[in-house]
Design a protein around this ligand. Structure first.
Ligand code: BDR
Ligand code: CA
Length: 318
């Protein structure tokens, strides 16, 4: 089955994405941790403990970069994801060892071991991915596809007017990643903000007998409280799980034009913006010369159903 490398900043929606990927039977051959929602070290611990609770302790987790490429780690997003990144939920400490290599090293090694086959799912800031590119400039030709949750094409940002969190946390790294010549599928706020998990979905997850699914449901309660300030009701948007479902082919983009994507890494008000050249849309989206990034603007409506079903399957999978 297709091998996947996941790079994440676990993170409540990262935790759900991980539970979903495991439940959906994705072949995760390695996981990297990067600072974003919480520190890289805390995110790695969250990932390891959730893996153990899911019966997947054997998937190796590698620690990645703590600081962004050009700036120190900004302290995460405790108001969204809690002080420990997972909504103050205390997972049983599995005491797992980290991999003996860094996350960028692991990505490079796996890309060589699965040359032409490895698919990468990046649902945190792109610091580790850019570092891997520097370690091995041939990486883009080795990786089959890179799916990134991040950015805002035509939609407003969620950190500044122009920028989405993952890209804004490390615009220098993101600029390098988008400039490299690999097949990228970008899953930006334009589509993730339209896929909302509702209270009844949360209750469905909470009713699972699988401890890992129950833990993720408890985390989501915290996330729901934050999103009340955005939408006026308890719910949450599915940034990372949607990217995961698209990456493994379970949710189909219904609009995904190729576009040249440039990241603003200046110090101005556009810092962290993903400038997506979608001017071809009036002519039915012809592929601009040199474009290697598909920007997902819409996806099939039942993405939430797929995410809930896949996550619930974790009970059987573990
Ligand atoms: C992204 O930022 C993080 O808060 C989420 O985990 C997601 O990856 C959304 O902007
Ligand atoms: Ca994330």
């Amino acid at each position: 089955t297709r091998p996947f490398f996941l790079d994440c900043d676990t993170g409540i929606d990262d935790a759900l994405a991980l539970a979903y990927l495991l439940g959906a039977g994705a072949n995760l051959v390695g996981i990297g941790s990067v600072s974003g929602n919480t520190s890289a070290a805390q995110g790695a611990l969250n990932t390891q403990n959730l893996l153990a609770l899911s019966g997947h302790a054997g998937i190796p987790v590698a620690l990645g970069h703590h600081d962004a490429q050009a700036r120190p780690y900004g302290g995460g997003a405790p108001h969204v994801h809690g002080n420990n990144g997972i909504g103050e939920v205390q997972l049983p400490d599995a005491g797992l060892e980290l991999a003996p290599e860094s996350a960028p090293e692991m990505l490079v090694r796996l890309a060589r071991a699965h040359a032409g086959e490895l698919r990468v799912i990046a649902i945190g800031p792109l610091t580790n991915i850019a570092a891997a590119l520097r370690l091995d400039p041939e990486l883009p030709s080795l990786v089959r596809e890179l799916t990134i949750m991040g950015g805002a094409a035509l939609a407003p940002g969620n950190i500044t007017a122009a920028a989405e969190a993952n890209i804004h946390n490390d615009p220098e790294a993101a600029a390098e990643v988008f400039a490299a010549d690999w097949e990228i599928v970008l899953v930006p706020l334009d589509v993730t903000m339209n896929h909302v998990l509702e209270e009844h979905d949360l209750q469905t997850l909470a009713a699972s007998e699988a401890p890992a699914v129950q833990a993720v449901a408890a985390m989501l309660g915290y996330y729901f409280d934050f999103y009340k300030s955005v939408f006026g009701r308890r719910c949450s948007v599915m940034h990372d799980p949607l990217a995961a479902a698209i990456a493994i082919g379970k949710v189909r983009p219904t609009s995904a034009p190729y576009a040249r994507v440039v990241v603003d890494a200046t110090d101005g008000p556009g810092r962290g913006q993903t400038i997506c050249d979608l001017r071809g849309r009036y002519k039915g989206h012809p592929k601009p010369d040199g474009a290697h990034c598909r920007v997902v603007l819409a996806a099939t409506e039942d993405a939430i159903g797929e995410i809930v079903r896949g996550t619930l399957a974790l009970a059987d999978a573990s």
